[in-house]
Design a protein around this ligand. Structure first.
Ligand code: DC
Length: 224
């Protein structure tokens, strides 16, 4: 057994707006484990593809130098070299660009090792679309988090307004639907639950309740 295999991993996959980022980060903090926001990697490649439209996205993905930090108030930050891209990668144009580059199998394979490098002691909570099916298919706990499209658009709307950005609920509903379809229907690592994933529908659940369900699952696996 390699040392990477013995690092405990919890994967949290699901569509955008299901709350998986918030939930996965809270689980990681509660356990004192490392956290991987794999969507941030695709978002950074999306951002780079908008900045360098003539370069192949896979080339941009191969050269990506990304690291995560925590601001003084605990907010996660994403750095591309010495540039803080935390806000830039959350714009709707980058969301769409990320979804497009994520459908390219060459981009996906260019990012595999960068994601697996986050698997370090004492453990890892990884959030994304294919964490449980492809990147960490041996994970001890796999969760697939969903919520209705309407609820996800409403959450995203609240998030954008909270950041002082303009947002239209109807546009968000359409964009989220489009992105879902692209993520689900692409041939490379489509969005789907792992066969052994715990399914959680968060439409009517608050974050602490979902976090507690995942921690209970972890406790069951750790003692079982
Ligand atoms: O989770 P997110 O919205 O930040 O992800 C941004 C995009 O990247 C989204 O369109 C799906 C894609 N993605 C992916 O294909 N695989 C992952 N593991 C994570 C994200």
């Amino acid at each position: 057994m390699s040392s990477a295999e013995s690092v405990p991993v919890i994967t949290v996959d699901g569509p955008s707006g299901s709350g998986k980022g918030t939930v996965a980060l809270a689980v990681a903090r509660s356990l004192g484990w490392n956290f991987l926001d794999s969507g941030a990697l695709y978002r950074v490649v999306g951002l780079l593809s908008l900045r360098h439209p003539s370069k192949p996205a896979a080339e941009l993905a191969r050269g990506v130098e990304l690291h995560f930090e925590q601001a003084a108030d605990g907010t996660p930050q994403v750095w591309l070299g010495d540039e803080d891209v935390s806000a830039a990668i959350r714009s709707e144009s980058v969301s769409q660009a990320a979804s497009k580059v994520a459908a390219d199998p060459r981009v996906r394979s260019a990012l595999v090792q960068a994601q697996r490098d986050f698997c370090r002691f004492p453990g890892l909570v990884a959030d994304g679309r294919d964490m449980g099916t492809v990147i960490f298919s041996d994970a001890g706990v796999k969760v697939f988090l969903t919520a209705s499209v309407e609820e996800r658009a409403r959450r995203r709307h609240k998030q954008l307004i909270g950041k002082g950005q303009s947002a239209n609920l109807g546009d968000l509903l359409r964009d989220i639907g489009e992105r879902d379809r692209r993520d689900r229907e692409r041939s490379a690592a489509p969005l789907r639950p792992a066969d052994d994933a715990l399914m959680i529908d968060s439409t009517a659940l608050d974050v602490p309740t979902v976090v507690q369900q995942i921690l209970s699952q972890r406790a069951l696996v750790a003692t079982g």
